[in-house]
Design a protein around this ligand. Structure first.
Ligand code: 2BA
Length: 109
């Protein structure tokens, strides 16, 4: 059994959630914040059988888009990042960041 954490853009979260639940998956949705951009994103927790993982990833991939975001050059979060003084930093965010861990026990009591 695996636990999947999927960090997706907030704008994609509704579509991802709708299609996961429509396909019968149990999902927990967390409101999270990206450490780099400091903007809101969504993390889904999905615990399921090993053989379901591939399909879950396919669904997440299908509904998570890549986006370009710009971080203002003077933003304090940029300390330590090399960029020309006045140029905003361009970052590509997503589709989705997926972390998969092994689950030793799963209980519903
Ligand atoms: P953020 O931390 O806000 O990062 C947004 C985007 O900024 C990242 O997109 C990446 O393109 C860039 N970025 C992040 N950290 C960076 C750094 N130290 N130096 C330069 N560029 C950096 P994604 O890679 O698609 O990540 C989207 C979101 O997924 C992240 O939002 C964060 O919430 C999560 N994430 C990504 N990698 C992670 C990891 N290894 N562990 C935990 N969370 C992660």
């Amino acid at each position: 059994m695996k636990l999947i954490y999927a960090i997706v853009n907030r704008d994609d979260s509704k579509a991802v959630l709708t299609h996961l639940t429509k396909n019968g998956y149990y999902v927990t949705k967390l409101a999270t914040t990206g450490g780099f951009l400091g903007s809101g994103n969504t993390t889904f927790m999905i615990c399921d059988l090993d053989e379901k993982v591939e399909n879950i990833i396919e669904i997440i991939k299908k509904y998570s888009k890549k986006r370009i975001q710009y971080l203002p050059a003077n933003d304090t979060i940029m300390q330590g990042v090399t960029a020309p003084a006045s140029a905003p930093l361009e970052v590509t965010v997503g589709g989705a960041t997926i972390i998969i861990t092994e689950v030793s026990d799963f209980l519903k009591i």
